[in-house]
Design a protein around this ligand. Sequence first.
Ligand code: FAD
Ligand code: UDP
Length: 394
Amino acid sequence: MVEVLIVGAGFSGAAIARVLAENGLRVRILEQRPHIGGNMYERTDENGVRSHVYGPHIFHTNSERVFAFLRRFSDFFPYEHRVLGRIDGKLVPIPFNFTSLETLFPAQQAKRLEERLLAAYPGREKISILDLTSSGDGELRAFGDYVFDRVFVHYTAKQWQQPVEEVDASVINRVPVVLGYDDRYFGDKIQAMPADGYTALFGRMLDHPNIALELSCDALGRLSLREGKLYLDGKEFPGPVVYTGAPDALLGYRFGPLPYRSLEFVFEQLELDSFQPAAVVNYPNEEDFTRITESKKLTGQVLPGRTTILREYPAAYAPGAARGGIPYYPVPNEANRALYERYRGALAAYPGLLLCGRLAEYRYCNMDAAVERALDAAQELLREWAPRKTEEKA
Ligand code: FAD
Ligand code: UDP
């Protein structure tokens, strides 16, 4: 029986492990954290709240395939995520929409802007803030500059420690301007949350007789790469190795560290029914943190008199440090992509190694994209290692 080594028990590692295990391969997973679930991990705290330990994770996708796969391991309840942002002292919907406009502008001006927006972008439900700030219509451009300043400039400077102009447009364009009253954060056709949480979902995904899991185990201390071959605990490892961690660490930062951004999460348990009117409130401007999440509003738990909130403070990434030691966000730009390609090129000398996931592929991707890529990667591996019997149950 072929043995496959997988580094990381987030969605990338766990989904691949499950598909390979169901197709008769033996899988060993090494996970450096003391728990499964990667950044999706939730912990039930002293307040009874299932707290999103690594920041709010809301599932949304247009992929029936991904949703069908995940539903094998959990029931889901419908959940449409709504975010408010504190702007000029008021809480308004983010993405900025017509309600935000009407809350922050005098009524007549708001109506005129709405008419001009609808005339300038016929048939469009959403536009990029960057379209608006480069509009040929002076009034729309001024409106765009206002939204850009109040919503994007300072939040982005905090989050990325870079002026907004230097941050890749793909990052900024994750959050549009909405030409209407839709106040949902995401537009995907499937928006749902796992009924008993992500950790339970991962538990069931990894519960298979062909999967062996070692927690609190940094693979870098066990795995070595020499002259095209992979070694585990000093012995040549004959099967494939799937690596979902940061690729620069795997090569001892040979070409210099790959830039990532980190976060610090500060939790507070409160004796309140409710702390804020939405699961997530963004603080784009004055505060040092970017957003506050009230986890029980994501999990759907009913816990009178108790709630837990978490503030997110952006931090520089410093490998191994107590603060900022976890690489959460790749920083997409041309120079970083080129550096990543150097690492990928050097690692291509190891044909048994497959890089997969948000960190390993240096892709700012959502959970559904990570799962989709993992399902494809599992099929790739099965074609090579289990050619006679491949299936992906739906
Ligand atoms: P990860 O979840 O990061 O898992 C990688 C695993 O590998 C980790 O458990 C890590 O400990 C382990 N590992 C790394 N190196 C080693 C090593 N050397 N040895 C052993 N183990 C190792 N997506 C959404 O769809 N919706 C959201 O609302 C959303 N919110 C997010 C909020 C935040 C703050 C962040 C940071 C991300 C968010 N995402 C969201 C994205 C989501 O977290 C990723 O798409 C997902 O985590 C990718 O899964 P992964 O398995 O590739 O990576
Ligand atoms: N953003 C912003 N203001 C906001 C929300 C988002 O400027 O109120 C920008 C910021 O640069 C952020 C990016 O849009 O990094 C993507 O936001 P998203 O909410 O998708 O970030 P994530 O949930 O992945 O941290």
